[in-house]
Design a protein around this ligand. Structure first.
Ligand code: URP
Ligand code: ZN
Ligand code: ZN
Ligand code: ZN
Length: 497
């Protein structure tokens, strides 16, 4: 009976419609959808009357056990994925950090070793390209063809940033492989200069963080990355779009034909940069990530509207958690505060609260930006990201009528702070089914360490680059292309509920 589950009387929400149907799952896979299903005896039945049955969240942006800025993030693959599941996320995609000069393939194996015995839900991996060489290019190819990697993140800031020529080569390599080029868009040279200037003036506290990385420094990098990607005809994925300026840079780039996807974060939607001016260092430093939370208080709502309008396409958490004592590395110098915040557990609830409960998103769009689009972009759709016959049994029974209050005292993460502390959220994941197993059961978290599998993310069909005929050669079967042809909002119809 363990491997058979019937979810009855709920409303199934996919990105394109809401239907009142039951879901039957067997051996981890959705086997039947409909009313009055005929199912084997001994099947466990969960009554979802009055609740929504949604695809498990996919968080395309986490950093578990991430060695960064002289320390290591505290949520490991067990605690991180346990928290994910507790919050209604059933797949995460983590970033493999590659030290300068290190083999990408060695780094990949290191991560597999860290994750395989610990992950409580399925996971995929992106690679970070922290330096450029011909060997890196070859390893990217091997990772795509043999190891189920289809995405590479390049940084335009930090000591391991790539310069424009290197970005050009890395983006071009991605296009040739049919891989997703991802970029951290901030002008690292300007950030360094601003940091020096601020520290010399005696601005050393967390309030200096955003001053050193203002909106236009993010927007400039977004624009430059889009320009470079367009020169080599590579679709681009901008991670953690944190400001109104960066979001409009994306819109403008798209207007001139750049194919670009924008991700924003639960953190940016749920809180803002005023927190970095809090007099208590532990509080303000806990909110430091890059690009920064913006002090313009209209930012969270504006980014949510961008998501509703399809100016931004999806959300991650960028979960990269450091304890208070680790944040103290930057007690005398804001530029040494380890960058990163929580979010893997609370992303779904925060976005439901600020997006759906506040009336900006409909439930279908909620599913799109928390799950379906990530599955499409990273090429695991329709296995993940939807409730359909043949898809993995990754399902959340979401109760929109119950509330919970977020707190570090009750969260499942290892970290000792929560940037959403005290937020009351409508929308509670009462049951979370991971590959057919009930891992949150009436709110009780019952995960199994190592239960999750590594999910290979296959590359898209690559195509030959030809500058003269670039227009002609644009693939029509590339999932990212399809996403771009989606008219804003109009194609999504919500059936009456
Ligand atoms: O501040 C952040 N975002 N930390 C994690 C690393 C990254 O750039 O995503
Ligand atoms: Zn980043
Ligand atoms: Zn405090
Ligand atoms: Zn990140």
């Amino acid at each position: 009976a363990q491997n058979r589950l019937l979810i009855k009387n709920g409303k199934i929400v996919n990105e394109d419609e809401i239907v009142e149907e039951d879901v039957y799952i067997e051996d981890g896979v959705i086997k039947q959808l409909g009313r009055n299903l005929i199912i084997p005896g001994g099947t466990r039945v969960i009554d979802a009357r009055g609740k929504l049955v949604i695809p498990g969240g996919i968080d395309p942006h986490t950093h578990f056990e991430f060695e960064f800025m002289g320390t290591k993030s505290v949520d490991d693959f067990y605690q991180g994925t346990k928290a994910a599941v507790a919050g209604g996320t059933t797949m995460i995609i983590d970033f493999v950090f590659v030290k300068k000069g290190e083999s990408l393939i060695d780094a990949y194996y290191t991560y597999r070793q860290k994750a395989d015995d610990k992950a409580c839900c399925d996971y995929g991996l992106h690679m970070i390209v922290s330096y450029w060489s011909d060997r890196v290019r070859e390893e990217m190819s091997i990772l795509c063809s043999e190891h189920g990697i289809n995405s590479f993140k390049m940084f335009m800031a930090y000591s391991f940033m790539l310069n424009d020529s290197e970005l050009y080569k890395a983006f071009e390599a991605c296009r040739k492989l049919g891989a997703v080029a991802m970029v951290h868009a901030e002008n690292g040279s300007i950030v360094s200069q601003n940091t020096e200037r601020l520290l010399a003036k005696g601005v050393t506290g967390p309030e200096g963080h955003e001053l050193s990385r203002p909106e236009e420094v993010e927007a400039e990098a977004v624009n430059r990355a889009c320009t470079i990607a367009n020169q080599v005809d590579t679709p681009l994925y901008v991670v953690h779009v944190m400001s109104k300026s960066a979001a409009s840079a994306l819109v403008q780039a798209r207007e001139r034909g750049v194919r670009v996807i924008g991700e924003t974060l639960a953190a940016a939607l749920g809180t803002d940069g005023s927190q970095c001016k809090h007099p208590c260092f532990q509080h303000s430093a806990a909110h430091v990530l890059s690009p920064p939370l913006r002090s313009d208080p209209s930012t969270p709502r504006s980014l949510m509207i961008s998501l509703a309008q399809n100016d931004l396409q999806l959300t991650g958490s960028d979960n990269c958690t450091f304890n208070k004592t680790q944040k103290e590395l930057g007690i005398n110098d804001f530029s040494k505060i380890p960058n990163g915040v929580n979010g893997v557990e609370d992303r779904m609830s925060v976005i439901w609260e600020k997006g759906v409960h506040s009336g900006i998103l409909d439930p279908c769009r909620f599913v799109a930006i928390t799950s379906t689009t990530a599955a499409k972009v990273f090429n695991v759709y329709p296995r993940k990201g939807c409730i359909a016959v043949g898809s993995d049994g990754d399902i959340v029974i979401w109760n929109p009528n119950r509330t919970r209050v977020i707190s570090a005292k009750t969260h499942h993460q290892a970290v000792d702070f929560n940037i959403f502390e005290g937020m009351e959220c409508h929308g509670v994941p009462e049951y979370v089914v991971v590959n057919g197993r009930v891992c949150v059961d009436e709110g009780l978290v019952k995960v199994v360490e190592g239960y999750g599998n590594f999910v290979k993310t296959p590359v898209f069909p690559p195509f030959v680059y030809d500058l003269e005929n670039a227009e002609k050669l644009r693939p029509s079967n590339n999932g990212i292309d399809d996403l771009h042809q989606t008219p804003k909002g109009e194609d999504r119809k919500v059936s009456p509920t």
